[in-house]
Design a protein around this ligand. Structure first.
Ligand code: AMP
Ligand code: MG
Length: 286
């Protein structure tokens, strides 16, 4: 039987959590490949972990006072979709919402940059998953600064310190949400350049994977180093005591899924949701 005691889960994910104020330089500061592990054991662990998540999710929904937001960020082909599919596979769909964020609409661009994310936050008792998130506002928008121009900011607010300001705004917003009873779990799937190349080639070679690949993805890959720098800045500035980042080695999919599931399980264990107590009178009524 895999060991899923709270302490074991906490110890397992500890090396992947970014300490607040730590200066992170990617790719070198965190591994992209898994330590030696047994694939069968990883699968068993995930199955047991998914059951544990399902049970906690039920209690979270019954308690109906706190919520969880999972933020998933990564380079292309790092396995965001597969992680969501596997980690949430055993959970009641009524208690989970997944939102994928793509290029913003003109209505989005007519508002402040957090507006569209605010609208998709999970409610109390729910787990919300952001497949990409407001962190794109300091990632893709930073790497491609013409996207910032599209945001129609007044000129005097488009200063060089805009990224520092956004980090502060995001930290403050996450702090506010935490104070409102929402726990935020941030997962960065850390893929190596070489493994992305392999996965892209598979998407070209295997017809049933073609739909996942576009020329735009190949173009984005040429900005690899800029993205690693932008992610390093994000991890260095926005891993806080209330909303820490986990840098998950993503070159081995089964391992990455176990770590992501463990980070979510850890958050739920910290919340420790309980079924509401039914009063003696109410029970007598039943
Ligand atoms: P995918 O996740 O493969 O469906 O791609 C979504 C695309 O939307 C990616 O190319 C992202 O870079 C892009 N995207 C997501 N969020 C933003 C944003 N805030 N601003 C501009 N582009 C974005
Ligand atoms: Mg894509």
């Amino acid at each position: 039987m895999p060991d899923l005691r709270p302490k074991q889960i906490a110890d397992f994910i500890a090396p992947y959590r970014v300490a607040p104020n730590r200066r992170v330089r990617l790719p070198r500061d965190f591994p992209t490949s898994a330590p030696k592990f047994d694939k069968t054991q990883a699968k068993e662990l995930l199955v047991a972990g998914v059951e544990l998540l399902a049970e906690y999710q039920e209690r979270l929904a019954a308690q109906d006072s706190q919520g969880v937001l999972v933020v998933l960020q990564a380079m292309d082909a790092a396995g965001k979709d597969g992680t969501i599919r596997h980690v949430m596979s055993g959970v009641n769909p009524q208690g989970v919402e997944v939102h994928s964020f793509k290029v913003p609409s003109s209505e989005d661009l007519d508002h402040d940059y957090l507006w569209r994310y605010q609208k998709r936050l999970p409610g109390r008792g729910s787990i919300g998953i952001f497949n990409r998130s407001y962190y794109e506002e300091v990632l893709v928008v930073r790497v491609h600064q013409q996207l910032l121009a599209n945001q129609k900011l007044p000129a005097h607010l488009r200063r060089a310190d805009i990224w520092k300001r956004r980090f502060r705004e995001i930290n403050d917003w996450e702090h506010y949400l935490t104070d409102q009873g929402f726990k935020i779990v941030k997962v960065f799937l850390h893929l190596s350049n070489e493994e992305q190349r392999r996965r892209f080639l598979a998407r070209i070679d295997e017809p049933e994977k073609n739909w996942k690949f576009s020329a735009a993805d190949a173009r984005e890959r040429s900005y690899w180093n800029d993205y690693q720098k932008a992610f390093s800045e994000v991890l260095s500035n926005t891993s806080t005591p209330w909303a820490p980042w986990y840098v998950v080695p993503a070159d081995d999919k089964p391992y990455a899924r176990v770590v992501a599931a463990a980070a979510l399980a850890h958050a739920l264990i910290e919340i420790d949701p309980h079924y509401p107590e039914v009063s003696r009178e109410a029970r007598a009524g039943l």
